[in-house]
Design a protein around this ligand. Structure first.
Ligand code: KIV
Ligand code: ZN
Length: 422
């Protein structure tokens, strides 16, 4: 065991002031995300993102897969030292196949981290055993147990994953998990590797696993790692949490193999917005979500869609007249989160052809024009014609319309409240 590594990387059942249990957030943007086509990152980019993830407050950064290439090992080494070298900060983790060579590569790469984790995996489903590994179930069981034992000789913190767990025979999956726990793994991950599960199935699988393992291994943490092939990664991860998972593996903007992984920002905000349903909390500083999402998007040249939950440009933007009227009366009519809580400056009332007179008059007032009812109708007529022609009406366009209808604008005062800005 590396003497620099502390023995208890994350408190077993951490509680915060609310009394809710802490959910460990393992971020795999730099591993599962980075290995997806089009998302390859240089060591320098990885380091920048790792720093941002540490600032964001994730518990574990899975920063790569040391054995896959010297470049990956080197990037892990630098992140371990620069981001994981201090007394505070996240655990730094490397993925490793269930063999000594991979685990040794992880140990070399992570030697500079104060808290290091190796994440050992082997496929367990009948299809993977036959087509990928050419191994029997008994051989897989033995390899998992031996690899975890060996990993525990080098690391205080060992996670074990049964790749394609969700398509594995339930009894065999439980036996592999028991063997891994007996060998010393403290985090047991059940990945939905191909994004096949439904939330109901995830709930049932995690409930059964919890009932079987927890009485014998009370200190273990069950973990979910969900892919998004059918668009259910977030729902599936949250179903696992409701069934007792206390770690989820996520990535910024949901990047990862094929359709990606569970999006960190969505899962974290669901947990925060619905404590009545999930009953756990995370250490994520949610006001940094938008900036982190934008950083990953820019550094990977992968734009975030406008309608993406939580961090998309439209997440707190409203154009329809009925919605704008509601927002002006009380933002809770159409928003379930505060935009400031995820890093937006505020809600945005976009003026366009769907907007109504309430929003146009309110924006005009913010720009220094108290329109009378006759003026509002005239401005509305011009506004609709212009919006049909050009789409969004920004402040300069609105002022030009008002000037055309009522005469030149006074000096605009400082803006307050809901903004019509990008
Ligand atoms: O999807 C998966 O099964 C994985 C494991 C290696 C954890 O990424
Ligand atoms: Zn994965």
């Amino acid at each position: 065991m590396n003497p620099n590594h502390s023995v208890l990387p994350i408190p077993a059942v951490p509680t915060m002031n609310s009394g809710r249990e802490r959910l460990t957030i393992l971020d795999t943007t730099l591993r599962d995300g980075e290995q997806a086509p089009g998302f390859s990152m240089t060591g320098e980019v990885k380091l920048r993102i790792a720093r941002a993830l540490a600032e964001l407050g994730v518990d574990v950064i899975e920063a790569g897969f040391a054995a896959t290439s010297p470049a990956d090992e080197e990037a892990l080494r630098i992140i371990a030292q620069e981001v994981g070298g201090g007394f505070t900060g996240p655990v730094i983790c490397s993925l490793a196949r269930a063999n000594e060579r991979d685990i040794r590569a992880a140990a070399r790469a992570l030697a500079g981290a104060r808290r290091a984790r190796v994440h050992v995996f082997i496929s367990t489903s009948p299809l993977h055993r036959r087509a990928k590994l050419g191994m029997s179930a008994a051989e897989v069981l033995k390899a998992a147990s031996e690899a975890v034992s060996f990993a525990c000789s080098l690391f205080a913190d060992v996670e074990f994953s049964a790749e394609d767990a969700i398509r594995t025979e339930p009894e065999f999956l439980a036996e592999v998990m028991e063997a891994a726990a007996e060998a010393g793994a403290r985090t047991l991950n059940l990945p939905d590797t191909v994004g096949y599960a439904t939330p109901e199935e995830m709930f049932a699988i995690f409930s059964a696993m919890r009932a079987r393992l927890m009485p014998r291994f009370p200190g273990i943490v069950l973990s979910a790692h969900c892919h998004d092939d059918l668009g259910m990664a977030v729902a599936n991860s949250l179903a696992a949490v409701r069934a007792g998972a206390r770690q989820i593996e996520v990535s910024i903007n949901g990047i990862g193999e094929r359709a990606g992984n569970c999006a960190l920002e969505e899962a974290v905000m669901a947990i925060r917005t619905r404590p009545d349903v999930f009953g756990v909390e995370t250490g994520v500083e949610t006001t940094k979500l938008l900036a982190t999402s934008q950083m990953v998007s820019e550094l990977t040249s992968a734009p975030v869609s406008r309608n993406k939950a939580v961090v998309g440009a439209n997440a707190f933007a409203h154009e329809a007249g009925i919605h704008q009227h509601g927002m002006l009366a009380d933002a809770r009519t159409y928003e379930i989160m505060r935009p400031e809580d995820v890093g937006f400056a505020g809600s945005r009332l976009v003026l366009g052809r769907h907007s109504g007179h309430h929003a146009i008059a309110a924006r005009a007032a913010e720009l220094g024009h108290q329109l009378g009812s006759g003026e509002t109708s005239a401005v509305m007529t011009e506004f609709k014609a212009r919006a049909e022609a050009i789409g969004e009406i920004d402040d300069a366009e609105l002022l030009a319309i008002i000037a055309a209808v009522t005469g030149p604008a006074p000096e605009a005062p400082a803006m307050a409240g809901l903004a019509n800005v990008g």
